[in-house]
Design a protein around this ligand. Sequence first.
Ligand SMILES: [Zn+2]
Length: 379
Amino acid sequence: MAPKSVYVWHVLSCSASAEQDLTATARAWLQNSGEERIELKVSTFQKQTTVLGHCHRHDGCGLAFRFMFLKQENLQLLGLVQEGERFFIVECNKKDRKHDGQSKLEVEQSILKRKYSHLPTALAKKQMVTDKVPEAHIPTTRALDGSRHRYLKKRSKFCVDLVEMLKDFLNNPPEPVSVFESMNAAVSEDEVRFAFFEASNMQAATEYMAGSERIILISDCTYQTNHQRLVLGSLGLAVLHRDDHGKVRCRFWPVMFSVSEAEDESAYDLLCKAFIDKTGVNPGKVSNIFLDGHAGAFAAMQRQFPGACIHRDLQHVKKNIKDNAGKLQDTNLRTYITDVVEFSAKLSQPSEFHTVWKDTLGRLRNEWHEECGSKDRLV
Ligand SMILES: [Zn+2]
């Protein structure tokens, strides 16, 4: 089918943040382009997520946009590969004649009330006169008040008290806490991310690592440590420890801590950088890392410890099995595999692990296979 209109293509880079979604990218681009009254909706085009935008400023206006992120393989073709940068495509159909015509009054007013909501109402009105906004377009005081109220409510993610408290913590950390100084750290009403540690604990971990041939790290984050949903994160060592009953157990030795607004890549990045900087560890010596499987954590760890083998922790492996076994509707199989995973995770010798799994997989292939009579079940 022939396209209804001629589309113009733009390839543009957007914010380096991997978290930013396509709708936010589209909205930011439209705002910058002075196209403030475009209604967006998420759609799928050739199996790819796209965002469609249509003009609602003019009666019968046909101006439309389509946004999509550029795929990795196409980036390379275009020679656009740059660390930490994402590219998106905007398609825009040929400007509709009606788009240049007179716009609806209430639409203009609603655009203006949002555009000037960063100012108190009286100042906003004054500024609109200075900016030569036609008198009929200036919104009512009541409308401006409402917009201003929504703007103030939305603006900051964190309350002033919390920001003050965190800044105080950073400037005067309580004994024995030390704060990691970093360009990537931030505490404001919009952003929270910083790392801290205890110097003597750090010293002990550094000495332990110097005497170890290979280093195994664990990282995890906890929510709900406070009412503003900040995340407490930690990166430390997996060490063998003899408990009170003489039993040897594997334990987590937390070394570096972080507080951040989200469990995202930049938070994990700061955690890793702080750990490497303060312990002076050679990242190449880190052989294994255990994580809860968060994508941002995975990317940050891979970058900071390129030689390490990254694993999901046992809890999440079991959860994966449970989820997938649920799809098979085979509770016996689920229990059986979970048991073997749990048992084998605690084996200390690689040869034992190998034997258990060789035996288990062999048994699953033969017995279970025959019982089920299906080839696909245990692939
Ligand atoms: Zn239009």
